[in-house]
Design a protein around this ligand. Structure first.
Ligand code: HEC
Ligand code: HEC
Ligand code: HEC
Length: 277
C-alpha cells in the first residue's frame, strides 16, 4: 500500500506539536534540578545502586547507629554550622567562635539566622537506606560551599571517613560532643582519640600504620585550620585510617599467613653464623 502524503503531513504536524509541548517540560526539568546541587533530596540510588547494596548489607548495629545520628537534627545542624561543643541547656559553640541557641523550633545565631538540618527527606520520622547516604557525603552538611575542592559539585558529594575530627575524632582532634545523643558516651564519639592513647596497643598501628593516604582530597571545612581525619599534618589526602576501624567493626574477612621467624639454634654449635634474622 502506498503511503498517503496527507496522512504523513498530519502525523508530522502532530509530532512537531507534541515536541513543542514536550520541550518546555524537558527544560524545566533541568532548571528544577538546581535543587539537585545543594539539596539532600537527590536519589543516590539512581546512579549508585551498587553502593546501596553494600550499605544495606552492612552490619545492622553500625548502620542503625548512623541512622539514629542522621535523624538527630541537633547533631546534623551541629555538623552544618561547624559545632565544636554542645551544651544541653540549648547552646552550640562553633569553630569560628559563634554561639547558636535553641529557640524551641530551630537553632539561631546571634545575627538571627536560623538552621535546622533534616535528612529525613520523606518526613516519615525514620532514615531509610537511601536517605543515609547524605549523612556521610553531603557537602552542605559538612559546612562546605558547593565549590569545595574535591567535591563532586554536580551532586554535592564529598568523602569523609570514620576518623574525621567531626565524626569519631582522631589522634589530634575530636569535635564531636557525645551529649548530643541520649545515653551517648565519649567512647562512641572519640573512638579515634581513644585508639591513639599512648598506653594502648592500638596507638602504634593507628597513628603511623594507618596514615597511608587515600585517593580522597583532605579538604578543610570552612574555618577549620587543620587537615581532617588522621591525615599526615598538611597532607593533601585523607588517610586510610578508616581501614583500622573497619578491621574490627566490619564483617570483612581478612586472610593472613603469619610466618614464624626461625630462632637461633643455641644447641647446635655448627649452625651457620648470622647476626640477625
Ligand atoms: C546522576 C547520577 C548520580 C546521582 C543521582 C548521584 N551520583 Fe554520586 N557520582 C556520580 C558519578 C558519575 C560519580 C563519579 C564516579 C567516578 O568518578 O568514578 C559519582 C561519584 C560520587 C562519589 C565519589 C566522590 C569522590 O570524591 O570520588 C560519592 C561519594 C558520591 N558520588 C555520592 C553520591 C551521593 C551521596 C548521592 C546522593 C545524594 C549521589 N552520589 C547521587 C553520579 C551520581
Ligand atoms: C557511615 C558513612 C557512610 C554512609 C552512610 C555512606 N557512605 Fe559512601 N562512603 C563512605 C566512605 C568512608 C567512603 C570511602 C571509603 C572507600 O574507600 O570506599 C565512601 C565511598 C563512597 C563512594 C565512592 C566509592 C569509590 O569507589 O570511589 C560512593 C559513590 C558512595 N560512597 C556513595 C554512597 C551512597 C550512594 C550511600 C547510600 C546508599 C553511601 N555512600 C552511604 C561513607 C559512607
Ligand atoms: C582493635 C579493634 C578495634 C578497632 C581498631 C576499633 N574499634 Fe571501635 N570498638 C572495639 C570494641 C571491642 C568496642 C566495644 C564494643 C562493645 O562494647 O560492644 C568498640 C566500640 C566502639 C564504638 C562504641 C559502640 C557502642 O555502641 O557503644 C564506636 C563508635 C567505635 N568503636 C568506633 C570505632 C572507630 C571510629 C574506629 C576507628 C577510628 C574504631 N572503633 C576502631 C574495637 C575496635
Amino acid at each position: 500500500m502506498r503511503s498517503n502524503p496527507l496522512k504523513m503531513l498530519i502525523i508530522l504536524t502532530a509530532a512537531m506539536a507534541l515536541a513543542m509541548f514536550t520541550v518546555p517540560t524537558v527544560l524545566s526539568l533541568y532548571t528544577g534540578q538546581h535543587t539537585f546541587v545543594n539539596g539532600t533530596n537527590i536519589d543516590c540510588l539512581k546512579c549508585h545502586s551498587e553502593v546501596y547494596t553494600e550499605v544495606t548489607a552492612s552490619s545492622a548495629s553500625v548502620l542503625n547507629a548512623h541512622k539514629n545520628a542522621a535523624l538527630n537534627t541537633n547533631y546534623t545542624t551541629y555538623l552544618a554550622i561547624g559545632g565544636i561543643s554542645y551544651n544541653p541547656s540549648g547552646t552550640i559553640s562553633t569553630n569560628s567562635g559563634g554561639t547558636w541557641t535553641w529557640n524551641g523550633a530551630a537553632w539561631v545565631d546571634t545575627n538571627g539566622s536560623q538552621r535546622l538540618e533534616r535528612l529525613d527527606v520523606n518526613g516519615n520520622n525514620a532514615i531509610e537506606n537511601n536517605e543515609i547516604c547524605t549523612f556521610c557525603h553531603n557537602i552542605r552538611l559538612l559546612g562546605f560551599g558547593q565549590d569545595a575542592p574535591g567535591s563532586r559539585t554536580e551532586h554535592a558529594a564529598l568523602i569523609r571517613t570514620c576518623d574525621d575530627d567531626r565524626c569519631h575524632g582522631n589522634g589530634q582532634h575530636v569535635y564531636n560532643d557525645y551529649r548530643l545523643f541520649s545515653g551517648g558516651s565519649y567512647t562512641v564519639t572519640g573512638a579515634g582519640r581513644l585508639l591513639n592513647y599512648t598506653n594502648t596497643s592500638h596507638s602504634a598501628f593507628y597513628v603511623s600504620a594507618s596514615n597511608e593516604p587515600s585517593v580522597f582530597l583532605a579538604v578543610r571545612g570552612y574555618n577549620y585550620t587543620e587537615v581532617p581525619g588522621n591525615a599526615i599534618p598538611n597532607g593533601t589526602y585523607i588517610s586510610r585510617g578508616y581501614w583500622t576501624c573497619e578491621g574490627c567493626h566490619s564483617e570483612t574477612r581478612v586472610g593472613a599467613v603469619l610466618i614464624e621467624s626461625a630462632g637461633f639454634p643455641h644447641s647446635d654449635s655448627g649452625a651457620p653464623r648470622q647476626r640477625y634474622i
